[in-house]
Ligand binder design. Structure first.
Ligand SMILES: Cc1cc2nc3c(=O)[nH]c(=O)nc-3n(C[C@H](O)[C@H](O)[C@H](O)COP(=O)(O)OP(=O)(O)OC[C@H]3O[C@@H](n4cnc5c(N)ncnc54)[C@H](O)[C@@H]3O)c2cc1C
Length: 556
């Protein structure tokens, strides 16, 4: 029985204090905080965990320097506080990073004024980062020659946080924490309908992978369906004070644009005066994002989006040759679920980019439903705490919050891991000089679970081999993913537990014989079926991957 089968069995048979609908960041923190405080919790998502908005972010943990433009001082203060808290709780997963902004004659602010803004940002952020500075054009040219300084008047550098891996993996860490605290977790399970009677919900669920329907019961529900919260509430006839509107944002992932030593985010004002960024992602750069009003949560990256971002970048960086479509390794798109009051003006009348990024949480006591509207990854600990307070208000008794449902293990545990890693000479297994030490990588990705990986490598050094040449994933990590990370489809692993789909060219993935072994470790006998699903049909499995499957068959 797989991890997922066991969890679905629990959904069928148990009665829960709370059922969380939606496994994006808001649902994941809600489940982690409630389970961590002793509630009997289940969390479901109709896709993989973090398959929607929470896999489309800029990976930034930030106070929102740009919201100062709208004088949202309280929001910036709150987000900075959340940023500082998260950076403290996740010292290896969230790193402080410099934002390097070059300003030219077309920029809306002069360097001295932007410098004052960055100072204000630092003070509002309670000095939680390194201090900002004003940069001369010569300084920018020296430190990052890739920035076109021909029209520059100078620039600024200020600091925020960045997720070292990716947003979706960060979300999964909360889902995993919820499971470790006893929650039932299941991806590819959809809430079809729900009815309340005698103080409890009977919820009809559908296993999206098999099509099978079944039901579960819960005293309360947390609606964390992100862009779909209104749709879900309407299904139950539940009326709320807030609602969601959508703002689309896209990112393009390209080979690294900055000089290798320059591990900074580059910030530019686009032609409309809006800030956009070049964000480091290992050996890649992520360009984005955009901010466009849309009426549907389902979006795609259009030719116009791509042309816009490429032209903005080429106009502001000295790239020889200029960046073209051929350089794009991957793209991603999502909608920010922005919260507005139902009683407010028709939002068509307001400046779209000025809509606030704050979240709202509403509880319906009669129905036993808590709804989470909007929010940011950065604010996730607050969301977890606020949801727990509301659920407690609905009558679910919770233990005291010891703040142990989030964060990395204690420094002493980390020291012990590094000591044991030295004993098995873990870093000597690294084969690519331009990648980080394996000790750092395993600790950051797995925390306490990394100890068993050391044991496995100690027993069998093959466990420390990279399975796919073009991606940085060890055999031992795949075995751990198969056991503990609820990888239901190959895409779950390629796009969300890892970021291989984002940083490796499609051609390199197609030419990887190692992908067959990845699928075999993750899915056993279902490997070929999951490969066919990933590539869009059995006849679409590339020859190299087929060859890998044959080789595995011959060896077994
Ligand atoms: C382009 C962009 C850039 C961003 N950058 C940043 C950033 O750098 N930093 C930051 O802090 N924030 C950022 N954000 C904001 C942040 O990503 C979002 O606010 C956050 O991810 C929203 O999470 P969520 O859990 O509310 O929604 P989602 O992640 O969309 O999760 C909702 C889930 O509910 C599930 N669901 C819906 N209906 C059902 C049903 N009936 N049954 C079961 N499951 C269901 C969906 O499948 C989905 O997975 C960005 C957002 C965008 C779009």
């Amino acid at each position: 029985m797989t991890l997922r089968d066991r969890q679905i069995e629990r959904l069928r048979t148990d009665t829960f204090d709370t059922l969380v609908i939606g496994g994006g960041i808001n649902g994941a923190v809600a489940a982690a905080s409630l389970a961590g405080r002793g509630a009997k919790v289940a969390i479901i998502d109709r896709g993989d965990f973090a398959n929607f908005t929470s896999q489309a972010s800029s990976n930034l943990v930030w106070g929102g320097f740009k919201y100062l433009e709208n004088y949202e001082l309280f929001l910036v203060w709150k987000l900075c506080r959340s940023r500082n808290r998260l950076m403290k709780a996740y010292p290896d997963n969230i790193k402080q990073i410099g934002f390097y902004a070059a300003l030219d004659r077309t920029s809306p602010y002069k360097p001295w004024f932007a410098g004052l803004g960055s100072l204000a940002y630092w003070i509002i952020g309670m000095f939680g980062t390194r201090h900002p500075r004003v940069l001369s054009t010569d300084h920018i040219e020296r430190e990052e020659p890739a920035i076109d300084t021909s029209n520059a008047l100078g620039g600024i550098e200020y600091y925020d946080g960045v997720l070292v891996d990716n947003d979706a993996r960060f979300v999964f860490s909360f889902v995993r924490a919820a499971a470790d605290a006893g929650a039932a977790i299941a991806n590819y399970v959809e809430m079809v309908s729900a009815e309340r009677s005698a103080g409890r919900w009977t919820v009809q669920l559908r296993d999206v992978d098999t099509g099978e329907e079944f039901s579960t019961t819960a005293r309360t529900i947390v609606n964390a369906a992100g862009p779909f919260v209104d749709e879900v509430n309407e299904q139950w006839g539940l009326r709320t004070d807030h609602r969601i509107v959508y703002s689309k944002g896209i990112h393009l992932i390209v080979p690294r644009l900055t000089t290798t030593a320059h591990h900074k985010v580059l910030a530019f004002f686009d032609d409309s005066g809006r800030l956009f960024y070049v964000i480091p992602m290992g050996r890649r750069s992520v360009i984005g994002t955009t901010d466009t009003r849309v009426d549907t949560p389902y979006t795609e990256v259009t030719d116009d989006d791509i042309d816009f971002l490429l032209s903005q970048i080429n106009a502001r960086m000295d790239l020889a040759p200029p960046l073209t479509r051929a350089d794009i390794i991957a793209d991603r798109t999502g909608v920010r679920p922005l919260v507005v009051k139902r009683s407010g003006n028709d939002q068509r009348d307001v400046d779209w980019t000025k809509l606030s990024r704050k979240h709202a949480i509403e509880a319906d006591r009669a129905r036993g439903v808590v709804t989470v509207f909007g929010g940011k990854l950065t604010d996730c600990i607050n969301v977890g705490e606020e949801v727990a307070a509301e659920v407690e208000g609905l009558g679910v008794p919770l233990e005291a919050d010891l703040h142990n449902w989030y964060g990395e293990p204690a420094a002493a545990t980390r020291d012990e891991f590094y000591r044991q890693a030295r004993l098995v000479r873990l870093d000597q297994y690294r084969t690519k000089a331009d990648t980080e030490p394996l000790t750092d990588r395993l600790w950051r990705r797995y925390g306490r679970r990394a100890f068993t990986m050391l044991e496995a490598i100690g027993e069998d050094p093959r466990m420390a081999e990279d399975v796919m040449g073009s991606a940085d994933y060890l055999r031992v990590e795949l075995h751990a993913a198969a056991r503990t990370e609820m990888v239901t489809k190959l895409e779950d692993f390629m796009r969300r537990r890892s970021k291989i789909d984002l940083v490796v060219h499609d051609d390199d993935i197609a030419n990887s014989t190692g992908l067959a072994e990845v699928a075999e470790i993750l899915f056993g006998d279902d490997a070929e079926m999951r490969l066919a699903e990933y590539f869009g049909g059995a006849d679409q499995i590339p020859p190299a991957v087929r060859a890998g499957l044959r080789q595995l068959g011959a060896n077994s």
